[in-house]
Design a protein around this ligand. Sequence first.
Ligand code: NI
Length: 405
Amino acid sequence: MTVRERAKAIEDKIIAWRREVHRHPELMLDTVKTAALVSSALREMGIEVREGVGGNGVVGLLRGEAPSTPGEAIRTIALRADMDALPVKEETGLPFASEIPGLMHACGHDAHVAMLLGAAKILSDMRKEFRGNVKFIFQPGEEGAGGARLMIEDGCLEDPRPDAIIGAHVGSLWNVGNGQAGFRPGPLMAASDRFEIFIQGKGGHGAAPHASVDPVVVGSHIVTALQTIVSRAISPTEPAVVTVGVIQAGTANNIIPDTCTMKGTVRYMKRDLGPYIKKRITEIACGVAAAMRAEAKVTYHFGYPPLVNDEDLTNRVRASAAKVVGEENVVTAGMTMGGEDMAYYLEKIPGTFFAIGTGNEAKGIMYPNHHPKFDVDEDVLYIGSAIFVQACLDFLGEEGPYLRK
Ligand code: NI
């Protein structure tokens, strides 16, 4: 039986898990019920379970039972899924739609949980056929709370330490078609920082601007000047984004307000660009404000780091995926400026994050991730499980500890 056939044989189970999780979405770090479902499913498979990791995370450990020679180095590979949903009101009309008002699995993390449980089930049934360990990492809080960082701080990458880590995302992200797997060695997703600029002007009558310091005009100049960071301060060969998404000031058409507040997001692919962009935003905001007799204060928060796939591991997992879906269905994923906290694991351990194409226009599944009508083609989920399993078997099947080239 091929790995794909094994996955196909438990497809109903994988879809049932997905629907169960989809019905009960949970926000950010509060993945209590999802974690309970995951823990009990893993225990039923005879997998060692550690609960409450980094809050509401779950770590499963499966030890292969194929005979090994005494003293032989044992490899460990980790597979990761995120469990959290989004504050989105579901509009899919699915029979298993969210039962929690205002919350929805609109990013497909329900599918990630199901695919990883599917992989755990297949591998647990095959434990006599491989040596080494597989660690299953189910984390909360991908959508902004940095659940991965909390899991790492709570030791999810220790005891045993994985030699490699793999994660995947569903959707029609990165131009990956239905049933295809998309890989990209090197940078794949961006760092995601945010900033706030507070401008202190001097309020007054709208008809007497000379007697006030207008923070709306100051703010407008700052927004325009910030555009020069990407266009004039960063190399044109380096992807970066500075977006101001919020400007708040004023109450009436004829009043010059005292203050103006702006908020924005910053994205980039090279880690050392972060401090540089922070410095430029501060210099521009404070400098422009000072030139116009106002004062600016900048608060900058560093968020998820850039997601950088290990080249060697990515090529290995890509080869494993080709065994499952065929070379013609393995494609190169496009880079995006979205953020992903999988990046934290990849800073510690070589690994790869890849895309599984679950869009399907013929079935009306064509909305982007985070949309109220987002859905995944369930017929593809077993393929995700199969790729995970094939990648583990290939990785663990090689001799000795994994050493980075
Ligand atoms: Ni997501």
